[in-house]
Design a protein around this ligand. Structure first.
Ligand code: HEM
Length: 403
């Protein structure tokens, strides 16, 4: 597409001239008149200007703009996931998830800039804000819902959004819609449930994995029994019993479902199986991108938790731990309670490490399964299963380096 703007650089004249028919200019295109005139300093309006209020406003506005971009990416990723996923689309998902991760990294670090404001400076204008608070950030709430934070997992104080957004009908509607639409977590779950190799009448990964775990437990029991010291032997045997219980929680669907209903586990039983399978066979070409997706989902959860943590520390520094927030919560105490696992949407992916087994016990792929994991999708072009691992590695490294 050619640029409609016609610039005329005329050396014989002072400065550059712009064609009369010129189209939109920078400021117009970006609507800078709106953005750059949107910093209304209340301290100035009260004839007691506080220099740092400007930074306070700009920081919040920058956050809101980035939230908007994250939601934009998230919506597009949810769209891609909502149809049965072609493997060619996973690269696009990867690119956009990676973009969200990079934005979140900026947001985590941005807290530092606002921390250059001292609590005394903040005190000078804090009174004017009341009852405004980040608590009323509609976009933050939408972002959480679209990722998959469920109302029942929220801290109690934060469950009733009508108290916060009650008078704003359109905000209420947007929040309700975001709770009803399938979240990223739900869509990822459906995608994992379709992981090739889980079929009972096919490769039956789960059956094979279960037998491998039984073998691991047997081997460890035999080794513990050989222990000369009775104390050490008993310690190892009781540790083994605990490990068995942990495995029971994934092999027994009832135990798994009970954990889901208590909010301690989030994925369906089948989706968990898919995630474990992808983790084990991530070196197979067809699982390489799915594995990257799982890693980026954990990065998103980690970074939001880090943002929460940085925000809580900043809040304590600015208002201490016993002042109420301008939004009416207990302030620091409330925010501290949001740091737990309840806000981690992909908590199951973090906990996968609990269920790993030594490489030597990972069920070998059948030749049918091996060739099915070699074929299709964009990775076909970068690795051909005949040992051309180098190119595939380079591709994966480039993604890892970009994260
Ligand atoms: C001086 C700096 C800040 C202070 C003292 C502060 C204080 C607080 C407090 C006390 C709360 C709890 C709700 C309430 O007001 O009662 C809160 C919530 C929140 N703040 Fe801040 N904040 C600051 C900066 C920011 C910035 C820069 C953002 C960026 C958007 C932000 C976003 C939020 C969000 C999203 C919540 C809701 C969190 C949740 O409910 O899980 N805050 N803030």
């Amino acid at each position: 597409m050619s640029c409609p703007v016609k610039y005329m650089y005329d050396d014989s004249q002072d400065g550059d001239q712009l064609d009369e028919e010129a189209g939109m200019l920078y400021g117009e295109y970006l609507m800078l008149d709106k953005i750059l005139n949107a910093q209304r300093m209340l301290s100035e309006e009260h004839n007691r200007p506080v220099h740092d209020e400007h930074l306070f406003i700009i920081t919040h506005q920058a956050y809101e703009l980035w939230f908007k971009q994250i939601i934009y990416e998230l919506d597009s990723i949810r769209n891609l996931f909502s149809v049965v996923l072609e493997e060619t689309q996973t690269l696009e998902i990867l690119k956009r998830l990676n973009r969200i991760v990079l934005i979140l990294k900026v947001l985590v670090d941005q807290v530092m800039i606002l921390e250059t404001m001292t609590p005394l400076d903040f005190m000078d204008f804090r009174g004017y804000l009341c009852p405004a608070s980040g608590f009323q950030s509609l976009q933050f709430r939408l972002l959480e819902n679209k990722l998959g934070v469920q109302p029942e997992h929220r801290v109690k104080y934060n469950q009733q959004y009508s108290r916060v957004f009650g008078r704003d009908e359109s905000a209420m509607k947007e929040i309700e819609t975001s709770e009803q639409e399938p979240s990223l977590k739900v869509l990822v779950q459906r995608w994992l449930e379709r992981t090739p190799g889980l079929e009972l009448d096919g490769f039956d990964f789960w059956g094979k994995y279960q037998r491998a775990v039984e073998q691991l437990m047997d081997d460890q029991k035999k080794s513990a029994m050989k222990e000369a010291s009775e104390k050490v032997r008993n310690y190892r045997l009781s540790d083994l019993e605990k490990r068995k219980e942990v495995y029971e929680s994934i092999f027994n669907p009832k135990v798994h479902d009970a954990l889901v209903s208590r909010g301690e586990r989030r994925f369906s039983h089948m989706a968990l199986q898919g995630a474990i399978m992808i983790t084990f066979y991530r070196d197979e070409p067809r699982f390489s991108q799915p594995h990257q997706i799982l890693t980026l989902l954990m990065d998103i959860d980690s970074l939001i938790t880090k943002w929460r943590y940085n925000h809580v520390l900043m809040v304590q520094r600015m208002i201490g731990s016993s002042q109420l927030g301008t939004g009416g919560s207990s302030g620091y105490q409330y925010l501290r309670s949001t740091l737990s696992d309840r806000y981690k949407v992909f908590v199951d992916l973090f906990n996968l490490s609990t269920f790993l087994i030594p490489r030597s016990l990972i069920p070998p792929l059948t030749s049918a399964m091996k060739s099915s994991l070699c074929l299709n999708g964009p990775i076909k072009n970068i690795s051909n299963c005949n040992g051309e691992e180098k190119e595939k590695r380079e591709f994966e490294n480039s993604l890892e380096n970009s994260v």
